[in-house]
Design a protein around this ligand. Sequence first.
Ligand code: G4P
Length: 524
Amino acid sequence: MTNHKELQEEIKKRRTFAIISHPDAGKTTLTEKLLFLGGQIRSTGTVKSRKSAKYATSDWMEIEKQRGISVTSSVMNFNYKGHTINILDTPGHEDFSEDTYRTLLAVDSVVMIIDAAKGVESQTKKLFKVVSEHGIPIFTFINKMDRQGREPLELLEEIEDVLGIESYPMNWPIGIGQSFQGVYDRHQKAVEFYDTEGDNKQAMQISDLEDPVLKEKAGEDLVNQLQEDVLLLDEAGATYNEEALQSGKQTPVFFGSAISSFGVPTFLNHFLDLAPSPAPRESSEGEVKPDEETFSGFIFKIQANMNPAHRDRVAFLRIVSGTFEKGMEAWLERTGKSLKLSQGQLFFASSRGNVEKAYPGDIVGLYDSGTYQIGDTLVGSKNVYSFGALPTFPPEHFAKVRAQKAMKQKHFYKGVQQLSEEGAIQVYRTAHWDEIVIGVVGRLQFEIFEYRMKGEYNVDIQFDTMPHQHARWIETDNPEDKVDSIRNMLVYDQLKRPVLLFQNDFALRWFKDKNPDIPLRESR
Ligand code: G4P
């Protein structure tokens, strides 16, 4: 048993976060540098190799190996300066899926990477929306300062305008691209010079911006520019507001260059200081505090076939309160039944290990032969409560699907039902012919669906991809009257609620203009 003081100490140590970005902004590179600092990997390039089809870990899905990408998000756990850190991966590119969104509901803070040359990009916007709706604290790392990029002030303006969050630069770049010399830490009044060797660069303390060392190293012009910029920020910029930071209304901004680990150690130090440790969570019985003795957690992701030799799935549990102990008994709120949590796993950068004990903020992988569903609550006592269903996210790709052989109909429906319960796809039926339409957040989910229907249910699928891009739940008594075959299509979800699928943004806007009184909802 863990005593209360021990539990509180473990909670205080923990930081559980996700990194969000648009593909190519540098998520893999930054993750690697963080793992390197934590001693999880001895050289960088380890995580990267997962992207480049070369790695051959037997337990990734075949499709991942073929495509050289990671289909499902994983969890990386490491220790650094007395902290226990869990990074939850949010897959991007084609492997963008509902899991990417749902992962954001299992973290206590988020790091947003922005490419200095590209600014705020589309995928970042989508992920940011979820983060901001849930009031999660968000830290910004503006990457690739070693390359010619946009003006730092312009980037801050874009963050405020496009994302609607106040920004507070914690450090400020001295030059950019070819002339990039380093960053000035506004809080510590220290300068980190870009030309320092090694992956663990530390800042140099200076007296103030007139310090001769600064001019000597960075040159008169850049220092003048820095003084001007810092003055402007001090006078006209946002004031640092810890409360706004903790509620996700202000983002501290850091400039750096992940590839050379420049700005990464100081970023991590500030992050560990400021990012919250595991927070209480609302439940049907009121707020559950992490240091409550009773263990509790919720399932935010189910990953199938990590080992192709078995059909087992792994359910990802985020611990909310108490201590997880191997072999413990817990009750599943949805069924009221008790379970023995005998085989929990903690996740590391490139491997998994059995876990004896885990604490709030940790993610434990539970073997699952079909017991769990997304959003399930587990409680270590008979007096169960629920953390509530996780929201669904709007799919952007749709296809009509059916079994190639009519004989396989029964297996087909079973597979569709199970994969939908797992949260891999959303399922609808057409208004007239009762055809099955599936909706997914990322296109690769179609391939995974096809692969799993064949592998797990022995059904070959016939696909007809559809041109639609948006699904909206419509609230009206006569949804049929609102159908306009050129721009939208009516389907019903599994609870027989009407949903309109729109071909594009224009069709959606057109509908809203024509029917201002009919509410359209992005999720159920
Ligand atoms: P992602 O996971 O967000 O998709 O991005 P990733 O880290 O893979 O980085 C995308 C590309 O940007 C990579 O180059 C990477 O080396 C580069 N990069 C990341 N951080 C920095 C930085 O601070 N400065 C510069 N100049 N480049 C950076 P690539 O050519 O696509 O891949 P590779 O050939 O280097 O592996």
